[in-house]
Design a protein around this ligand. Sequence first.
Ligand code: SIN
Length: 310
Amino acid sequence: MNEPDLSVSLGRLRLKNPVMPASGTFNFGKEYAEYFDLNQMGAVVNKSVMLQPRQGNAPPRIVETPCGMLSSIGLPSQGIEEFLTVQLPFMRALECAAIVSVSGTSAEEFGELVSVLDRAGGVDALELNLSCPNFVDKVIFATDCGLMAEVLQECRRRTSLPLIAKLSPNVTDIVQMARLAEKHGADMLCAVNTFTGMAIDVRTRRPVLGTVTGGLSGPAIKPIVLRMVWQITQAVGLPVIACGGISNGTDAVEFLLAGAAAVQVGTANFINPLAIPETIAGIRQYMLDSGPHSVTEIIGAAWRRSAAGR
Ligand code: SIN
């Protein structure tokens, strides 16, 4: 039996398989090392690091919803200094790509983080978290064309490392934002962050989350994200990393067929700490069962079939 080739190239970024954690659901990986060999992953992605230490939002910060989770963590971070001395060495030591997620409150802050990480060495790509919906009183960069362009230009100026723009689904036209990211220097897209939502406790008659609204993630959003990935990959030439409700190999294959070049497993990690290795195994099994030797053969296969009228 021929072992399937799960490797993918996202521009200059080569991954041994297309599966990685979604930022914010995996810390920087250490806790999950108790459950599986992290070297199996295509890449490791940390919870977004901020320039300065910050505590994040007031609790309650998480509430379970049907088929999903609302969260408003507010990007707590130990800051870049701790990241460089504790988290990055751990990520770099893994036998997979190290994708560093960064977030900031201004273009300058993003630019500063990007510069520092460019000089740090051992970073394979930078994911720009332009889309956290839980910054109290702060903008969501990826919902404003001007601001998103400004951040991307600033980051592009400061590094030649591959830049991944993490898009927000909370926009009218996701394709427009994807095109804008391409125009202003992104090498890849991550589609998408969470959908703004809320929950009310009928006993207290108050919003459940401390910040009233939060970001919806998990299987509930998967069909919407699949549609977005389908639309983006047909309109934009950049590799797309899909993120939204992917919990197993079948979900991952759906996104690859829709045109994603890689996938992130997020909320599923909280329910099943083995969701990532099981997703990798599920893709491999799909390939063994259905034929293609290389995973690249299934990327975008659904829209090629659709165009051919089948
Ligand atoms: C959070 O920390 O509130 C979530 C981060 C994000 O969605 O980008």
